[in-house]
Design a protein around this ligand. Sequence first.
Ligand SMILES: [Zn+2]
Length: 482
Amino acid sequence: MAKNNGNFVTEITPRSQDFSRWYLDVVRRAELADYSPVKGCMVIRPYGYAIWELIQQALDTRIKATGHVNAYFPLFIPNSLLMKEAEHVEGFAPQVAYVTHGGGEELEEKLVVRPTSEAIIGTMYANWVQSWRDLPILINQWANVVRWEKKTYPFLRTTEFLWQEGHTAHETEEQAEEETLKILDLYADVCENVLAMPVLKGQKSESEKFAGALRTYSIEALMGDGRALQAGTSHNLGQNFAKAFDITFQARDKTVQHVWGTSWGVTTRLVGGVIMTHGDDSGLVMPPNIAPYQVVIVPIGRENWRETVLPRAKEIHAELAAAGVRVTLDERDERPGWKFSEWEMRGVPLRVEIGPKDIEKSAALVARRDTRQKESMPMAGLPDRLKSLLTEIQAGMLARAKQFREEHTQRVSSYDEFKQVLEGRPGFVIAPWCGSADCEAQIKADTQATIRNMPLGAAKPTGACIRGDGAAVAEAWFAKAY
Ligand SMILES: [Zn+2]
């Protein structure tokens, strides 16, 4: 816990001054994560991990409700297995960490520390699947993975990170596509309704798709500095991995066929997304649905507050906890003002102040973190009032984030305008694109912006590509991205 310090909150660099510095300050001061002795790896501290656990629960419930089950596969993958799918190897090779020694001896075959688990899971599925009756396989795993990163950033890009990875096998291409899109919807639901972070669902370009996939779909969010964040991906693997790993089955018509696969994942990066979507100059602003504490009770009093105020505060704490509210009572010997700043910095949605006068009136002063509004409320029925207020805050945060995205999304019709917008106010830029990878690379070189995705259901544009004469094939959402 940080030491008492009058300037506690001002130690966070203002967001408008230096967004990146602000983010790192918030991560450190709110005790979400810390640097580790291993470069590029982070320690997730209890407050940060509590946020991840709530995100995990929201995802896990939905993953299971759609018929999936959890399992666990090993951390180590024999190198020969990773090498089986050519495109996959090429995509991951630069980021792979190897184990070459074990038990004091050099290993006969070096082991890969999983960067993702298609190779080992595909190998197992080849043993498990014989007939169409064995399909679909709908397995998810919660795990850590390692991708050797040159430049790291807490939560957003670390060498080791936590995630879930779903791996499914189906009889038909249509079923695999349906699964891929079902998961994309599931991810979008969690982001919008749990994290209050609006996302754009769409298909990735060829150059941005997952190595070895037929098609990759993503959800893209817009951070407070106008940069996009890829918040999750869902891949239709086609039969690529089934062919590489020989996952075959006897079909209903007795022919032997390869399964159709999908894989999909979201990571601890979502925690970073929440910080960057909602945070302000005072620190974190937590959406109630994933706030480790939804309410903090701060007793206010003079010398003998432990005798006069604390007993009533404890009763209210117990009432709120019994009503299913995640609540904490701050009974440390610090000034109330210091406690206010500290919990504001940690983004607790509601603060309940209870002083001697409040107790006389049988009321409590309730302060909102998101709007900073304060209101005196009767103690009778307080749990219900606070619960409905939390619902209101959750909805308000999503609405504000949506409005921010709208204000930072622009449709352009010429390349000059395209470049101008990206130089000025950052955000999403919508423009027609010809589908050429060269064109995409040139746009990136000119502006640093990449195609985030091509939204599902968007009308096919008529006319030319934003950068050249080629006929446009899709409407793409461009942005500078994390
Ligand atoms: Zn083009």
